[in-house]
Design a protein around this ligand. Structure first.
Ligand code: C2E
Ligand code: MG
Ligand code: MG
Length: 708
């Protein structure tokens, strides 16, 4: 430590004293002098000395008063004061000390002693200050240590928490993990450190999810959320994760601290609560509450899209008897089986619910824009359900056949959930009342239509065997008025109903699959006709057009059927033409084209029936190996005069020409129609203008007359 020269201030009104002092102390101290108490006080403030030597006996302000004032002023308070006192009477010394003086020196001054005494005092004083300063420093250090220790133990406690904790560097590389981390993830510290938390990725979140997390960390220094992660064992779990960026004073992120807890159980509990609230505990099907929700949504969708839906109330016939005779456990088994069976019959988006007891509900949404069609679909679905559940279930080792009663109500935009429930329930009641094991519609007209359909359906099964089906032939005419071919049109002579229109029974035959044997019969009959006509000059060159339905065409062996019919009859394939509709062509295009090409290789031609009513795109049409386009009668009917239909007819004719297909118009009833069509380049016609479809005997007469 560099020894600074210490400063003394001597306050004394006796110059000789001061001179003496000055001489004696000069080598060791800087000495300032004041000759009165007032001056001394001034100097003590102006340039505070290390020690003041103060004479007691002075005029005006004596030593005691000066001392009192020095000690009263905070600026001079701390400066030690030595009294210079002539009186060694103890009393004034005591008084001086009581006023705060540090010591006293008696007059006449013994210079050597005084110097020694001052030096000693100041040395002691210096040491004392040094000690005090050291003590202060120590105290600060101790306080700091205590604080740091406190923080460390807080951090340690926090780190040892039940939550999993991870500390990473700014790049996300793991630096430390706690024990809970290991417990929750299965990764030990050694396995985790040096890798990134990406090892925990479950694959349940997409990249944008993690991107948002990082963005939040970079922007806000914080992210919290629920995340699916994967344990080392491969098990996926849910955690509530909080990540905080540790930012140093310069604003640079030094670490990330992540803390997480396993909330899988909460999630499971949540899911369980949801399941209990919305699903039937026995069958796991939606319950009444969820069904009502879904029906509400279905009604809103019906309003948006203008489509009909159907609500089925389904009861198990004789369920009570089963319960009573074989016990509730077996009853429950049946309910579970039926639930699975119903579920398996419908599409993913359809709702099968259980209301309780043996009451199930099926909700079909967006079935059709047309009520009759929707009813037909509903009927079909209902029959499918009845058929599926009628196969025997094995209940506790015993076979059981289950019959269903079904009540159906269609719904559209303006219906309400309550009203619909009532209607379907009533229909179910009627189904049960009418003898069970059946489907009833709420709407009586719909029920009547369905009854008719049902009756027709069962009669149609017999039609072929009972020889009630016939083919009629309608001539097709060219511009010169010559008959160039005929279209074979199916007729059903019903013993009670008389002639049933193909528009009525062909769709029915389609949906029941009866169209397959019927279609084969049509094809065979037409081929036989072609063969028979070969021997007659006026029929030899006629082409016979045969309508092929979608279901028929889609049979795997359809090509084979055509081949067989031709071969069996020996008919010339060039005389056969198949009429397809756009609905056939639009489905499974590749298969369609392959089949068409195979049939064309036999020498058979194709015509596109009802053209203009479907949605075929031009580019798609050009790919198909078609020979003819048939303008639909709905356009022909409005010719000439209706601008839209005129345009469509003209466009189809142009299109046919461009695509190298000939064009025929069907439903031509008037000369004006024929003329318009011919004027625009159509070269073939079919319609009542020339002839109605005729039984083969009448057709022969017609042809002979035409030939004359
Ligand atoms: P399509 O194939 O478009 O047959 C044309 C329909 O128009 C026939 O009705 C025919 O009788 C009718 N028609 C012909 N000329 C005129 C006319 O000038 N004015 C009016 N208003 N109608 C005319 P049809 O015979 O009742 O057949 C209806 C539909 O039933 C057929 O439409 C076809 O899709 C289907 N169909 C008929 N026979 C068969 C068949 O053998 N097999 C298949 N798969 N479907 C058939
Ligand atoms: Mg046709
Ligand atoms: Mg047609």
């Amino acid at each position: 430590m560099t020894q600074q020269r210490l400063k003394l201030l001597a306050i004394d009104d006796t110059p000789t004293n001061l001179m003496m002092l000055g001489r004696a102390l000069a080598p060791d101290f800087d000495l300032q002098i004041a000759t009165s108490g007032a001056k001394g006080l001034e100097l003590a403030i102006e340039a505070p000395p290390d020690l003041i030597l103060l004479d007691v006996m002075m005029p005006e302000i004596d030593g005691f008063e000066t001392c009192r004032r020095l000690k009263a002023d905070p600026r001079s308070q701390a400066i030690p004061v030595f009294f210079l006192t002539a009186l060694s009477d103890g009393e004034s010394e005591a008084r001086g000390l009581a006023l705060g003086a540090a010591d006293y020196i008696t007059k006449p001054i013994n210079v050597a002693i005084a110097r020694q005494r001052i030096s000693n005092f100041l040395e002691r004083e210096g040491l004392r200050k040094e000690v005090e300063a050291q003590r202060d420093r120590l105290a600060t250090l101790v306080a700091e240590l205590e604080r740091a220790e406190g923080e460390l133990s807080i951090a340690a406690v926090a780190f040892a928490s039940q939550n999993g904790m991870v500390i990473t560097d700014p790049k996300g590389v793991i630096l430390r993990v706690n024990q809970s981390f290991t417990r929750l993830t299965g990764y030990s510290a050694a396995e985790a450190i040096g890798r990134t938390p990406a090892v925990l990725k479950s694959g349940r979140h997409d990249d944008p999810f993690y991107q948002r997390m990082w963005n939040s960390l970079v922007e806000k220094g914080y992210w919290q959320g629920e995340i699916w992660n994967k344990r080392k064992s491969g098990q996926i779990y849910a955690e509530l994760l909080t990540i905080t960026a540790i930012v140093a004073s310069g604003g640079i992120t030094t670490h990330y601290v992540a803390s997480f807890s396993d909330i899988t159980e909460d999630k499971q509990a949540e899911a369980e609560i949801h399941r209990l609230a919305y699903y039937d505990a026995l069958t796991r099907l939606p319950n009444r509450r969820l069904l009502q929700d879904r029906l509400g949504q279905a009604l809103a969708a019906a309003a948006r899209h203008g489509l009909y839906g159907a609500l089925f109330f389904i009861g198990l016939d004789n369920f009570k008897t089963l319960n009573d005779t074989r016990g509730h456990d077996v009853g429950d088994l049946l309910l579970v089986e039926v639930a699975q069976c119903l579920r398996a019959q419908v599409r993913e988006g359809d709702t099968v619910a259980r209301l309780g007891g043996d009451e199930f509900v099926l909700l079909l949404d967006g079935v059709s824009g047309n009520a009759d069609e929707a009813a037909a679909v509903a009927k079909e679905v209902g029959d499918k359900l009845r058929e599926a559940t009628s196969r025997p279930f094995s209940l506790d080792g015993q076979e059981y056949r289950c019959k269903l009663s079904i009540g159906v109500s269609l719904f559209a935009a303006l219906d309400t959930v309550e009203e619909l429930f009532k209607r379907a329930d009533l229909a179910l009641y009627q189904a049960k009342n009418a003898g069970r094991d059946r489907l009833r519609f709420f709407d009586p007209a719909m029920q009547a239509a369905m009854d008719l359909r049902g009756a027709l359906e069962s009669d149609l099964h017999q039609a072929l065997a009972l020889d009630q089906l016939r083919l009629h032939y309608q001539p097709q005419i060219d511009t010169a008025g010559r008959v160039i071919g005929v279209e074979a049109l199916l007729r059903w002579w019903h013993p009670q109903r008389g002639l049933v229109s193909p528009n009525e029974f062909v769709p029915l035959a389609e949906s029941t699959g009866l169209i397959l044997p019927i279609g084969r019969w049509i094809l065979e009959t037409s081929c036989v006709l072609i063969k028979n006509w070969e021997s007659d000059a006026c029929t030899r060159s006629l082409q016979v057009a045969v309508n092929v339905s979608a279901r028929q065409f889609r049979q795997a062996d359809f090509v084979e059927q055509v081949k067989r019919s031709l071969k069996a009859s020996g008919a010339n394939p060039a005389r056969l033409k198949l009429e397809l509709t756009e609905s056939v062509l639009l489905k499974n295009v590749e298969d369609t084209i392959a089949k068409m090409l195979a049939i064309k290789r036999l020498g058979v031609a194709f015509s596109l029936d009802d053209f203009g009513t479907g949605y075929s795109s031009l580019s798609y049409l050009a790919q198909l190996p078609l020979d003819q386009l048939k303008i639909d009668q709905s356009f022909v009917r409005k010719l000439p005069g209706a601008r839209k239909e005129e345009t469509i007819a003209r466009t189809i004719i142009t299109m046919g020409r461009e695509l190298d297909m000939n064009v025929i118009a069907e439903g031509v009833e008037s000369e004006a129609q024929r003329q318009f069509l011919e004027a625009h380049g159509c070269h073939a016609f079919q319609g009542y203008l020339f002839s109605r479809p005729l039984p083969v005997e009448h057709l022969t007469v017609f042809l002979q007359e035409a030939d004359r």
